[in-house]
Design a protein around this ligand. Structure first.
Ligand code: IMP
Length: 421
């Protein structure tokens, strides 16, 4: 029995796609457990770049199942696009499995997402406008439409008609926009194209656990965007921590053997919300350009800054990381000095624990430890000894500070550009 969980240890975009594709070749199932196409995983396979939003990295290995779990919200339109892109690149997607219990994101969810953002004015959250929040809201309100409902034309029709009426009564400006007939037409396409992939994924998971197969649970977003423990309200609408594996896939918590925290060597954030280590000047621009920090989903420039140890420690407490993967270490090459936030200052007091009170968090200042940088190109390093001493010292400090060992270091976009310490 081996269940491995990958969790983004910051605000998303830690490079989980690459890490997932690295581990995927040795597992039987790669499963997504939450979120939707608000996620964007860039994976480079044999020199070709893929931008995946819904399908986990297992799709590149025909013997590995790529499973979309019940905790997800799935936009069939986006999913069909992704399948077709993979198929034209020579990946037939016969190994794709979709849970009938996952919820469907439809055009009205995207409309409502955009409308709510507009209405929030200066308090906008900076969502991806993919309809994620409204789809999860429907799920919680118990009026959501599930993937399994796509298989039953009459049921789908009934649910769509009901939802359109509800939405129209709540959002008068959407009256002329929402069109049930169009959605019902599309259902036929979804049914024809997606039904081969819709199966009882819980049964697959149960069987895999029983047979001692390896399951890699691919996290989306980052733990600081978690609906409960993230920087609310500047979060996504789902669980992004290791805990969400249990509810999003039906895997009993005690089956989880490893929780890997994926840590980018610096921090980025898209959307609004406080970001204590943000660098808005030269350093931020350096990280953005060198790290290609532009959203995979929305192309928005990402806010960039130093690594925040307080966030990592908090993530370790919530997720119980058994190891860390450090990504994009090569991006730091060339910086004269590198800063690491090891505490926060709040009204003259030094905090060593992450403040769960968002009023406090919104006005903390970082307390930094500064390390010398390095000039040597590290993108071809094969072992830890190939890294400059200042780089090794920085990594050792991170490990010691979080009290979690580093399992893998990524030094370039290609799946195999990694160092095993
Ligand atoms: P939503 O998930 O589209 O509702 O967006 C809510 C917040 O989460 C916004 O700040 C988004 O930028 C952020 N977000 C959602 N998905 C991702 C992701 O995959 N990476 C980084 N940020 C994300």
């Amino acid at each position: 029995m081996t269940v491995i969980v990958l969790v983004g240890a910051q605000w998303g975009d830690e490079g989980k796609g690459k890490v997932s594709s690295y581990f995927a070749r040795d597992v039987d199932i790669v499963a997504r457990y939450s979120g939707g196409n608000n996620a964007g995983h860039t994976v480079v396979v044999e020199g070709k770049k893929f931008k995946l939003h819904l399908i986990p990295a297992g799709i590149f290995y025909p013997k590995t199942l790529a499973l979309l779990g019940s905790g997800m919200v799935i936009d069939p339109e986006a999913l069909l696009e992704e399948i077709s892109e993979l198929q034209s690149a020579g990946y037939p997607c016969n190994n794709l499995r979709i849970s009938p219990l996952a919820h469907v994101v439809l055009s009205y969810h995207r409309e409502i997402d955009a409308l709510l953002e507009k209405n929030r004015g200066k308090n906008a959250l900076g969502t991806t406008k993919k309809g994620i929040g409204p789809a999860y809201a429907d799920k919680a309100e118990r009026i959501g439409i599930r993937i399994g409902d796509l298989l039953d034309e009459d049921l789908f029709k009934e649910k769509v008609n009901f939802n359109i009426e509800v939405k129209k009564s709540r959002f008068s400006s959407l009256n002329g926009v929402l069109d049930a007939a169009k959605l019902l037409e599309k259902q036929k396409i979804y049914l024809a194209k997606l039904s081969p992939f819709i199966v009882d994924t819980f049964k697959i998971i149960r069987g895999a656990l029983k047979e001692g197969k390896k399951i890699l649970c691919e996290g989306a977003q980052g733990m600081m965007l978690d609906l409960d423990f993230g920087t609310y309200p500047y979060v996504t609408s789902s669980g992004t921590t290791a805990g969400a594996v249990a509810t999003g896939l039906g895997i009993p918590p005690r089956e989880i053997k490893e929780v890997i925290g994926v840590v980018k060597a610096y921090t980025t954030r898209v959307g609004e919300g406080n970001f204590p280590t943000e660098e808005t000047g030269e350093i931020g621009a350096f990280l953005r350009e060198r790290g290609h920090e532009y959203g995979t989903t929305t192309a928005r420039p990402r806010r960039c800054g130093w690594l925040d140890g307080m966030v990592l420690k908090y993530g370790a407490q919530i997720n119980g990381y058994s190891s860390l993967v450090i990504t994009k270490l090569d991006v730091l090459t060339g910086l004269k000095e590198i800063k690491f936030c090891e505490a926060y200052r709040y009204k003259g007091e030094v905090l060593f624990d992450f403040p769960i009170d968002m009023k406090v968090f919104s006005s903390v200042q970082p307390v930094y430890r500064t390390f010398p940088g390095w000039e040597k190109d590290i993108s071809e390093a094969k072992k830890i000894a190939d890294l400059p001493k200042s780089c090794r010292d920085y990594l050792s400090y991170v490990e010691e500070y979080i009290q979690v060992p580093i399992k893998l270091i990524s030094i370039g976009a290609d799946r195999d550009q990694v160092i095993l310490p």
